[in-house]
Design a binder for this molecule. Structure first.
Ligand SMILES: [Zn+2]
Length: 222
């Protein structure tokens, strides 16, 4: 009897859990399907992913001082990359983080704006522009092991670690040249990494260690 009651309790708990969890339909793409995606389809998936993050984060209003501050810092940068118009937003999020998507989204957390100086923030922007300019997302989708596309627009891409780490170095190298073109000392990429290092709790899977990125920057800058 006790066993039956225990079983009933377990079933009840399971029911409660399933009742609370939102149900999303997930479309899984395998390795082969991913290699067949066209560039246009990948741009659209990037747009979808950007919309997902925008709806799950708190973005500051256009008139917000943080947004005005960011708009001042992006003035020297090109407005379009590979024909895609760049659009920026600041998320109210204490995590010092930034990302970009191939359709032109560049998103920066307020936590990052807080710890970096003007030129270091421009170093982050130059790095993110690098990912877009070098079409990293196209290579990532074509070489990913699988992708999960949920109907809430969330996309999870399983990219080999070696590829994502290689792309980080390539984006850093792109940033060196872009910063030089804008007459900004590219060494700000190094001071930016030093500051981020203090806030990094654990080593990221997708990023090379700060030491590897710093060594590459030192070699390329000098
Ligand atoms: Zn990056």
């Amino acid at each position: 009897m006790l066993k039956i009651i225990k079983k009933l309790i377990t079933i009840y708990i399971l029911l409660l859990l399933t009742a609370c969890a939102p149900t999303y339909t997930v479309n899984t793409l395998n390795e082969q399907a991913l290699t067949e995606l066209s560039s246009e389809q990948i741009v659209n998936l990037n747009l979808q992913s950007c919309l997902y993050h925008d709806s799950n984060q708190i973005a500051v209003k256009q008139s917000h001082p943080l947004n005005q501050y960011l708009y001042r810092l992006i003035q020297p940068f090109p407005n379009t990359i590979n024909g895609k118009e760049l659009n920026y937003r600041v998320y109210l999020n204490t995590q010092p983080n930034a990302w970009s998507s191939l359709n032109g989204c560049i998103r920066i957390n307020s936590g990052l704006l807080k710890i970096l100086n003007d030129h270091e923030i421009q170093a982050v922007i130059a790095h993110e522009i690098g990912h877009i300019a070098l079409n990293h997302s196209i290579t990532a989708f074509h070489h990913a092991k699988a992708a999960e596309i949920k109907n809430n627009n969330e996309i999870i891409l399983f990219v080999p670690q070696s590829l994502s780490q290689k792309q980080e170095i390539a984006a850093d190298n792109y940033a060196i040249n872009l910063l030089k073109q804008l007459n900004i000392d590219p060494n700000v990429l190094i001071t930016m990494l030093d500051k981020l290092n203090n806030y990094q709790k654990e080593q990221s899977y997708s990023h090379p260690t700060i030491m590897i990125r710093k060594n590459n920057l030192i070699n390329k800058i000098n």
